[in-house]
Structures are given as C-alpha cells and as structure tokens.
Design a protein around this ligand. Structure first.
Ligand code: AP5
Ligand code: MG
Length: 226
C-alpha cells in the first residue's frame, strides 16, 4: 500500500502515522524526520536544511526530491510506504508521480487531515518529542506518564526549535500558499480522502482505519476479478 499524509503542521500526521504503521505493517517516511536526522549528523544536506527549517520555510525542492529518490531506493519500501510531509509543493508531487511511474508503481490514497488554525497553534506550541525514539507527546492532550519524560526511553523530552509561536504561524502560512494546492492536485487524480482531524486521537484514527480498510477491500476485489 502506498499512502500520502497531507495536512498542515500540527494536523497529527506523525501521531496518526505511528498508529497506521503499527496496524498495517507499512513504513513511514517523514521528510521532516529525515531532515532532522541529517541536522543531528551534521551532513551537508542537514546544514543547508537548517537555514530554512528554523524560519519555518520549505527546504528547496531539488534537495528534497533527491533525498526522497535515495530513500525510496531502499528495499524496506518494496511493499509500500506512508509518506508524511512529502510532497509539499506541486513540483514535488510531479517528481513523485514520475518516480513511481518509472517503476510501474501507483499511489493508493492521499489522506488529508483538516484541522482549524487556532487548534494547530495550540497543538504545536505544547508538543514535546523524545530525542531517542521520536515519540510525539502533547503536554495536555497526550502527556507522558511522568512529567517531561519519555514513557519508552525514560529520558527527557525536548521542544522542536520550529515550534515557537512565531515560526508556527509562518509554517501555517507556507502550508496555505505552497502545500494546500496539492489537495486539488490529488482530487483531480481521484486519490484524496478528507478526514476531520479535530477530536480525540483514537476517534480520528478509527476514521482513517475505515478508509484504509475500504481501499484494501477494493484492491482485493479488483485482484479477484482478474
Ligand atoms: P515536518 O517535521 O514534516 O513538520 P510539519 O509538516 O510542520 O508537521 P508537524 O510534524 O509539525 O505536525 P504533524 O502533522 O506531524 O503533527 P503531530 O502528529 O506531531 O517538517 C518540518 C520542516 O522540515 C518544515 O517546516 C520544512 O522546513 C522541512 N520539510 C519537511 N518536509 C519538507 C518537504 N517535503 N519539502 C520542503 N521542506 C520540508 O501532532 C502535533 C501535536 O499535536 C503533538 O503534540 C500531538 O501529540 C498533538 N496531537 C496530535 N493529534 C491530536 C489530537 N487529535 N488532539 C489533540 N492533540 C493532538
Ligand atoms: Mg510530523
């Protein structure tokens, strides 16, 4: 299964991806996580990306497309993947279409999470992340069992440098201008599924799971008709 998660910063892409990957055994590819990994490792790519990420701007398309091209070559994605945070511009979406069609592959669905702006700001400014396993928490709606300590690794959580209110507002503007047009792009391909991303994490996940199960059933039926 090949899925894309589309939605503004803070919509819950990372949170929901974790649940989907656990249930359906597919691998998540988060361009944000890959870029943060490069930053920690101090690679050339990481140094270039830092400049844009800290301002809440998008990293240039050519850097991202090259990074995804290299990532998708890995055998672990042969059975499918869940793209979280990619594509984010029309040129990135066109590059992905080409990468997939060159390998005779197709996308199954694009899940679009819809959440109001003020809720997004509240979610991001109270987000905390484990530096070791990457597990995402929220100080109020999804707190760790012990204050500011990861439930899994027992180490202190950190706040992402781009989760300050000013940078969050810029990221949301960038989303509206450069990424939201992708909803129409995928609607035209008949691949977009809109999900109300407001509410409890488990209730949202239930809606997403239903969509994925329907898609899988459709694939099985198409297969058995052949
Ligand atoms: P990236 O890391 O992808 O960040 P993002 O898209 O801004 O999205 P977030 O990770 O902030 O939000 P999310 O939707 O994953 O929400 P989460 O589940 O964590 O990108 C960072 C930067 O890298 C970009 O700004 C850009 O510079 C660069 N970049 C990355 N990809 C790029 C690309 N393709 N092209 C160019 N540049 C790129 O949830 C958020 C919080 O809310 C958490 O605290 C969570 O616990 C909480 N929460 C989740 N669901 C709920 C709920 N239902 N109710 C209450 N709280 C909830
Ligand atoms: Mg994320």
């Amino acid at each position: 299964m090949r899925l894309i998660f589309l939605g503004p910063p803070g919509a819950g892409k990372g949170t929901q991806s974790e649940l989907i990957c656990k249930d359906f055994g597919i691998k998540q590819i988060s361009t944000g996580d890959l870029l943060r990994y490069h930053r920690i490792e101090g690679t050339e790519l990481g140094k270039k990306a830092q400049f844009y990420m800290d301002k809440g701007e998008l990293v240039p398309d050519e850097i991202i497309i090259e990074m995804i091209r290299n990532e998708l070559r890995k055998t672990e994605y042969l059975d499918g993947f869940l793209l979280d945070g990619f594509p984010r511009t029309i040129p990135q979406a066109e590059a992905l279409d080409k990468l997939l069609s060159d390998s005779g592959l197709k996308l199954d669905a694009v899940l679009v999470l819809i959440v109001p702006m003020e809720e997004l700001v509240a979610r991001l400014t109270a987000r905390r992340v484990c530096p070791k396993c990457g597990k995402v928490y929220h100080l109020i709606s999804n707190p760790p069992k012990n204050d500011n300590i990861c439930d899994i690794d027992g180490i202190e959580l950190y706040q992402r440098t781009d989760d300050t209110e000013e940078t969050v507002r810029n990221r949301l503007n960038v989303y509206e201008q450069q990424t939201a047009p992708l909803i129409g792009y995928y609607e035209n391909q008949g691949l977009a599924y809109k999900v109300d991303g407001n509410g409890k994490i488990e209730d949202i996940y239930k809606k997403i799971k239903d969509i994925i199960l329907k898609i899988l059933k459709g694939k099985e039926e198409t297969h058995s008709e052949k």
